[in-house]
Design a protein around this ligand. Structure first.
Ligand SMILES: *Cc1c(COP(=O)(O)O)cnc(C)c1O
Length: 397
């Protein structure tokens, strides 16, 4: 069958592919340690599950308004005010089937042929492909551990052209775990103020920040940028609710109106039951969030230390999200059983076949010198997995 050209512009999400392969091996009874997952290993907190059960029993099982119920929009507005000091009205909020869906809607509503979108690399896998699907051109700013994987104001200035339509910021970052400080955002904000483009702020890892570091997005750091910032967030990562599919965008009325219109011709409203659960997540007790953050922080400290002790591996000390992003390029050129490992894809394949450990090759994030390990898995698994990686690296010559 002849498929539409747009299908060939993009790749299936590589992180979901690795995860599926690891799960398939596991199903065959092979003992795999999975560092591939991009989701918390905790269950959804009990109060949220109870709210969903109540929603079903109370008959919240029909269509809701396309962009979410007023109740959920109000909960989102309260959250943005409380946690971020940002003031929005209901017509500035649109709820979607996950933050990924919000980002997709935004790219479809804003970007067209000839538009450039600046994406700091390493980047989350879906940003470039969503821009490409919309007909736009991704413009990458390369970063590395020397600047803690953060773009500098100079780099941003150099990347801006008359065609720049938007900049995507993701702090804390997937895959690097790096996060911008208020001061750094203010410096970047100065460049943004000199030009006229939209800023898409993906705040999905907001609550997973360690070492006591406070969270800021660019609109809370530089209030003048609020009128052209679209804040994207959701309940997946903060509340261990990846399967519930609730995310949201907050921003200028015209953009929010456009994305809601597009959603009205695609998915309609996100699940009514999941919306009720999200209201409880955002408005109910927050102690489960602190508990999960504490666990992730312990694991972060452990995994970074262990990876740095592996010969030829050096790992940036991340301060957020749940990923370690070690530089493994010193391993490239070495071989196992006569076969040379040349890049992150071949190293990830080697780890899966010989060490029974699933990691995501850095090339998926536009950074071939690295691999990504999710530490959304138990300390026991992390210990066993890194032991295996350590041995597999030693076996190379
Ligand atoms: C997980 C993730 C998302 C998407 O989250 P959903 O709300 O589950 O769609 C968006 N951005 C980044 C950077 C992520 O890691």
């Amino acid at each position: 069958m002849k498929l539409a050209d747009r299908v060939h512009r993009i790749q299936p999400s590589p992180t979901l592919v690795i995860d599926a392969k690891a799960k398939a091996l596991k199903a065959e009874g092979i003992d795999i340690i999975g560092f591939g997952a991009g989701e918390p290993d905790f269950g959804t907190p009990i109060n949220i599950r109870e709210a969903a059960k109540r929603a079903i029993d109370e008959g919240h099982t029909r269509y809701t308004p396309v962009g979410g119920t007023d109740e959920l929009k109000n909960a989102v507005i309260d959250k943005l005010q409380r946690d971020n000091g940002l003031t929005f009205s209901r017509d500035q909020i649109s709820v979607a089937c996950g933050a990924k869906h919000s980002l997709y809607n935004i790219s479809q509503a804003l970007i067209q042929e000839g538009d450039e979108v600046i994406i700091p690399a390493p980047y989350w896998v879906s940003y470039p492909d969503q821009v490409l699907l919309a007909g736009g051109t991704p413009v990458y700013i390369q970063t590395n551990e020397k600047t803690s994987f953060k773009i500098t104001p100079e780099q941003l200035e150099n990347a801006v052209t008359p065609r720049t339509k938007a900049l995507i910021l993701n702090s804390p970052s997937n895959p690097t775990g790096s996060a911008y400080s208020k001061e750094e955002l203010q410096e970047i904000g100065k460049v943004c103020l000199r030009h006229d483009f939209i800023i898409i702020s993906d705040d999905i890892y907001e609550s997973l920040l360690y070492d006591g570091i406070p969270f800021f997005n660019i609109a809370s750091a530089v209030p003048e940028l609020l009128p052209r910032t679209i804040v994207v967030n959701g309940v997946s990562k903060t509340y261990a609710m990846t399967g519930w599919r609730i995310g949201y965008a907050a921003g200028p009325k015209d953009v929010i109106g456009a994305i809601t219109k597009m959603q009205s011709q695609s998915t309609s409203n996100p699940s009514s039951v999941a919306q009720k659960a999200a209201v409880e997540a955002l408005s109910g007790p927050q102690d489960a969030v602190a508990m999960m953050r504490g666990e992730f922080e312990k694991r972060r400290t452990y995994i970074v230390e262990r990876l740095n002790a592996v010969a030829d591996v050096s790992c940036f000390r991340s301060t957020g999200a749940f990923y370690a992003f070690p530089n493994v390029s010193a391993v490239y050129g070495k071989s196992f059983a006569g076969k040379v490992i040349r890049n992150s894809t071949e190293l990830a394949a080697y780890f899966l076949d010989e060490a029974r450990v699933a990691v995501v090759p850095g090339i998926a994030f536009g950074a071939d010198n690295y691999i990504r390990l999710s530490y959304a898995t138990s300390l026991d698994n992390i210990r066993t997995g890194i032991d295996r990686i350590e041995k597999a690296v030693k076996d190379l010559n």
